[in-house]
Design a protein around this ligand. Sequence first.
Ligand code: FES
Length: 116
Amino acid sequence: MKIYRRHVLVCGTEGCCGARGGTEIFEAFQQELARHGLDDVLLSRTLCSGACPKRGATVIVHPDGLWYEVAQPNEVTEIVAQHLIQGQPVERLLFREIAVIRRKEREDDTRWTSSG
Ligand code: FES
């Protein structure tokens, strides 16, 4: 069984992400992953993830649980170089609404697990 370091899910087989370049974003990830030889990153296309972005297509990176709004192939280049290779999320491309929800969830988790 192959063990993958990360899983990248690109929305865009239908719906808003499909209409906003989801296929091109997926193909850009295919090209960038191949160019860097990142065969330990699994790439998948998804149906609607339930949170259509204001721009581009939704891209989710696991196990980090980070959601991006990706509108241009050069943004894919940036995510691959900075996040998938260097391990640093591209903050300016994060899906703001999802980031706020995740931050609130972490705060709630801390509150419930705090010993104080
Ligand atoms: S179509 Fe991509 S999140 Fe809905």
